[in-house]
Structure formats: structure tokens, C-alpha cells
Design a binder for this molecule. Structure first.
Ligand SMILES: Cc1cc2nc3c(=O)[nH]c(=O)nc-3n(C[C@H](O)[C@H](O)[C@H](O)COP(=O)(O)OP(=O)(O)OC[C@H]3O[C@@H](n4cnc5c(N)ncnc54)[C@H](O)[C@@H]3O)c2cc1C
Length: 409
């Protein structure tokens, strides 16, 4: 049997999950070559925060044992950058000049961290937080008497600040918005988070805009628009990501914010697919790993000639800061016309908000936000994802799975 030559560009979490799915389905059908420009074998990027915080060793991030690749007949090229795709000739060129031919190509090139174009942003000591190399740089600068400023109060910024503060670095966090994690939390939960993060020794500047990074050769301070100057030996920019679409654009594939894909993850060229953070599906380029895993499952099925369609993902977020439990999924703010159930206990520092939609007599959960006790988070997320009618459990829904399902049964 002639094998399909499948090239995957990127050795990140989406690419690794895809080969995992493919080898489980049709190991003999493909001749797979995976190419990544990071020097290490694939690792769990989500756990970089735990690595930075000193809670895990680098070896614990590895996704596959060294033998796995050869046992599954997968050729993996690390430390190699693809510089060009020739759609007509169906080949890719590597930076070292090697040309590799494909029958089918998958782009899993992830995202790039956004660097604010501030005066001083090119000074030594200004860093991003995206890969193992970034973590090594930040850790090298994490001296106990150092001062750090993190720009960005989203998930990544908070996890970076936590890691720095845990190493006794004097840490300040600057956020443009008036509350932390505004894409995942409402004002009440964001205030609870701010209190818990402050208790870990991190100081905040909310509604703050950065004007300039000062320093002679290396960073010395950050200046805000209101004139506040914060001394800093290192600055971590965690202000967002941009899908990495350079190769796709160079090849003339249709792109928007990400590489445009249909429900089979096919790009504008039927022999080329994209998944993970570089892909844009129905107007959304996801920045989380679960959608990438769902896409990998669908793409593996499609490449194995099974019918499968990706309909988009309901996302869920939690924060990896020891002792802080938060979980948010779906429409956590509550769109017009929805019902909101809130359960709070200030003494226990717990807050639970459920958002419900009622249509034609059927009630569904459309969003949830849990702070303090997140034990039911995955169950709520599943109800949201499955669009399960919750009419019968509604009276006890806010009290969690055990009570709600017992009464409904
Ligand atoms: C610190 C941190 C914490 C996170 N925490 C969470 C979390 O708690 N929950 C969550 O859901 N998500 C989290 N994420 C996001 C999650 O890690 C990503 O969604 C996921 O890794 C995306 O996988 P990907 O394969 O699409 O992209 P990536 O993992 O970025 O992989 C893309 C790979 O392609 C390589 N590449 C790009 N261009 C080329 C080229 N031309 N040639 C060769 N190789 C190339 C890149 O170098 C990279 O190795 C976190 C991310 C970070 C950085």
C-alpha cells in the first residue's frame, strides 16, 4: 500500500495530539514527518507556568518519551524552521535548504506573543512568556532582590507574576483594564482574585497604560501614562498572542486573523490543513489547548477518511496559581434575556454564578463562573457544551452535580 506523505509544520501541542490520534486510528496509512523550530521535543506549553513557579521540572513537561516517535514510525525534526511552502509543487523548504515533498500538509504553527511597540521595548531585560527559552531567560533574571513588572492582567500575566513573586522577586502587575482577567471574570470574581493575588505579594496598577520603558542598555524602570515610575530589572510582556500565519500568507493561503479553515480544518488549498492557535474557524482563532485537541480529533478522523466536522468549541479557563481556584466557561457575564443564579458565601470566599437561557420551555446552561470552589466546573462546562436541558435540575443546579442530579433522578 502506498503511504500518504503527511508533513506537519510545528511540534507543539496541537501537532502532537494530531499524530497521537492518527497513530491510534490508521498507523500504516501515513508516512509522517513533523517539523518544529524549537530545539526540544514536544512539551506541554500549558505547564510552563508551573515550571516558572518552580513547581515542576522541565522533564515533567515532555509529551512523549524519546522512543515513542521511532516506535510509531514518525520522523520528527526539531530545531528546523520551514521557510516556504510551494503549493503547486507540494513541497516545503527548510531554512537549511532541504526540500521535502508532501501529499498532505498540516500547519500547526501556533501563535506569537505580542510585543507592545513601546519606547525601550528592545532593551535587555524585556521578555515574553511563550516557550521554554522564555522561561529560561526569566528564571535567569529572577534574583531574590530583583524587581519585576508584568504587563498584562490576563491568565498568562497573572501566572508569570505568581512565578516571579514566589521566587521573592518584588513584582508589580500593570493592566490596561479596570479588572483582572476581564475576558473570563465579572467584577465580583475579579475583585476576589485581586485580593488573593495581592496576598501573594504582587502589587497592582489597574486601568494603567504603559508609556515608556526606561534604561541605558538594559531595563531600569517603567513609566505609566499618569507619570508613575516603577523600578524594574525585568519586564515580562503578557499582553496577548497573534496567530502565526507567516508561512500561510507566503504560500498565498486565505488568512484573516488566523489561517482560515472550514469544518474539516481544510485551508483554501484542499491538500493543506491547519489546526490549533494558528487556525481561524468561523471567525474564531482560539488561544487555548482544548479547542486544539478537539480540532486534532476531527482532523485525524477526516484524514483517515471518516466523516467528521468541527463545529467550534465552548472554552473553559482556570488559573494555575497554587491555592486560587477559579473556573469560567461560556457566557459568564449573561447576555440580555438570560437568567442568572448567584450563590455567594463571603466567609468561605466562594462565589458561583450560573447563566441560563430559556427557549420554548427548554432551559439550558450557557455560562458559569466559579470562584473558591471549582469542583463542579467541568460538569457545568459539559452541560454548556452538550446544551443539556436543565429544567428538572434547576432548583438545585447551583449546589452542584451531586445534589442537582440526585434530585432530578
Ligand atoms: C505560559 C502559558 C500558559 C498557558 N496556560 C494555558 C492553560 O492553562 N489552558 C489552556 O487551555 N491553554 C494555555 N496556554 C495556551 C496553550 O499552551 C496553547 O493554546 C497551545 O499550546 C497551542 O498549541 P499549538 O500547537 O496550536 O501551538 P504551539 O504550542 O505554539 O506550537 C506551535 C509550534 O510551531 C512552531 N513553529 C512555528 N512556525 C514554524 C515554522 N515555520 N517552522 C517550524 N516550526 C514552526 C513553534 O515554534 C511552536 O513550537 C498557555 C500558554 C502559555 C504560553
Amino acid at each position: 500500500m502506498t503511504k500518504t506523505r503527511l508533513i506537519i509544520i510545528g511540534t507543539g501541542m496541537a501537532a502532537t495530539r494530531l499524530v497521537d490520534e492518527l497513530t491510534r486510528r490508521v498507523p500504516e496509512a501515513f508516512d509522517i514527518c513533523m517539523i518544529g523550530d524549537e530545539p526540544t521535543s514536544p512539551y506541554n506549553r500549558v505547564l510552563l507556568s508551573s515550571l516558572l513557579a518552580g513547581e515542576l521540572d522541565e522533564s515533567e513537561l515532555t509529551l512523549k518519551t524519546p522512543d515513542w516517535w521511532s516506535q510509531n514510525n514518525i520522523r520528527i525534526l526539531t530545531g528546523e524552521r520551514v521557510t516556504e511552502i510551494d503549493k503547486a509543487a507540494r513541497c516545503v523548504t527548510l531554512a537549511n535548504g532541504t526540500i521535502l515533498n508532501y501529499d498532505q500538509l498540516v500547519l500547526a504553527t501556533g501563535s506569537k506573543p505580542i510585543c507592545l511597540p513601546l519606547p525601550g521595548a528592545d532593551l535587555a531585560g524585556v521578555m515574553t512568556f511563550r516557550d521554554l527559552a522564555d522561561v529560561a531567560k526569566i528564571r535567569a533574571a529572577m534574583k531574590p532582590d530583583a524587581s519585576a513588572v508584568v504587563i498584562g492582567g490576563g491568565l498568562l500575566g497573572l501566572e508569570a507574576a505568581y512565578g516571579l513573586a514566589k521566587a521573592n522577586v518584588k513584582t508589580s502587575l500593570i493592566h490596561l483594564m479596570d479588572r483582572l482577567m476581564e475576558r473570563q471574570l465579572d467584577a465580583e470574581a475579579a475583585n476576589m482574585l485581586r485580593d488573593d493575588i495581592s496576598a501573594r505579594g504582587i502589587s497592582f496598577h489597574l486601568s494603567a497604560n504603559t508609556k515608556k520603558i526606561h534604561g541605558a542598555g538594559k531595563v531600569e524602570a517603567i513609566e505609566l501614562m499618569d507619570g508613575t515610575v516603577i523600578p524594574a530589572d525585568l519586564v515580562v510582556m503578557a499582553v496577548g498572542i497573534r496567530p502565526n500565519i507567516d508561512l500561510a500568507q507566503g504560500a498565498g493561503l486565505t488568512t484573516g486573523r488566523g489561517i482560515l479553515v472550514d469544518d474539516q480544518l481544510a485551508t483554501s488549498d484542499p491538500a493543506i490543513f491547519a489546526l490549533g492557535e494558528c487556525a481561524e474557524h468561523r471567525g474564531i482563532a482560539y488561544g487555548l489547548v482544548e479547542p486544539a485537541y478537539e480540532q486534532a480529533r476531527i482532523l485525524a478522523a477526516h484524514l483517515s477518511a471518516d466523516s467528521a466536522a468541527y463545529a467550534g468549541s465552548v472554552t473553559a479557563t482556570n488559573l494555575k496559581v497554587h491555592g486560587i481556584h477559579l473556573f469560567s466557561s461560556g457566557d459568564f457575564l449573561g447576555a440580555d434575556g438570560s437568567d442568572v443564579i448567584v450563590l455567594r458565601d463571603r466567609g468561605l470566599k466562594t462565589y458561583r454564578k450560573l447563566v441560563l437561557k430559556n427557549e420554548g420551555g427548554t432551559t439550558q446552561l450557557t455560562g458559569c463562573l466559579l470562584y473558591g470552589d471549582t469542583s463542579d466546573g467541568l460538569w457545568y462546562a459539559e452541560l454548556i457544551r452538550q446544551q443539556t436541558p436543565v429544567n428538572s435540575m434547576r432548583p438545585l443546579l447551583a449546589f452542584g452535580r451531586d445534589l442537582a442530579t440526585r434530585e432530578a433522578a
